[in-house]
Design a protein around this ligand. Sequence first.
Ligand code: CA
Length: 222
Amino acid sequence: MRVLIVEDDPLLGDALKAGLKQRGFEPEWVQDGREAQTAMGVEPFAAIVLDLGLPGIGGLDLLRRERARGNTVPVLILTARDAVHDRIAGLDSGADDYVVKPTDLDELAARLRALVRRSRGVPDPLLRVGDLTLDAASRGVARDGRSVDLQPKEFTLLQELMLNAGRVLSREQLEERLYRWGEEVESNAVEVHVHHLRRKLGADVVKTIRGVGYVLPRGEHG
Ligand code: CA
């Protein structure tokens, strides 16, 4: 899932981006508060990782502005170990959670997964729809108890469809959730991934709604 990292420290930002990518996220990274505001205005991120001391607009200001305009995206702030005041100010400004620097990447990834689950009203870490299960932590997928190997994009696609089971997602919506900035996207990329999901999990797993998009039927299988 796509997350936005807002961190002006080049080493830390780079490490966060690489670490989250390795853990199955599709991360974008900006180093400036204003850039972050622009990105949040146009892109559907599943969560934001926000440093507080930033050029442009500070992290707390940015957070307050986003909450004031009704943005409910889960936000996890990065703070220094001894900066209790920052954590309090951050949580009181609308942050959902925090991690201290230096950041343990496994902990950050787990906290992000938890925030995204809660934000989507899916408290169980194991996603289940019909006889399909998906474990975001171990990246395991199974149908009817039989585990299936998926490529990273196929996994992300299935996760988005399962999180939105019963709702039709357009090709554009799926592309936005699957691909990072600058990543080359073939015009039929989503179609190809859907084809692979059907081949691996069964033809009935994803329904095409012609001219509209794709839907994972709620509970029709199993
Ligand atoms: Ca900083």
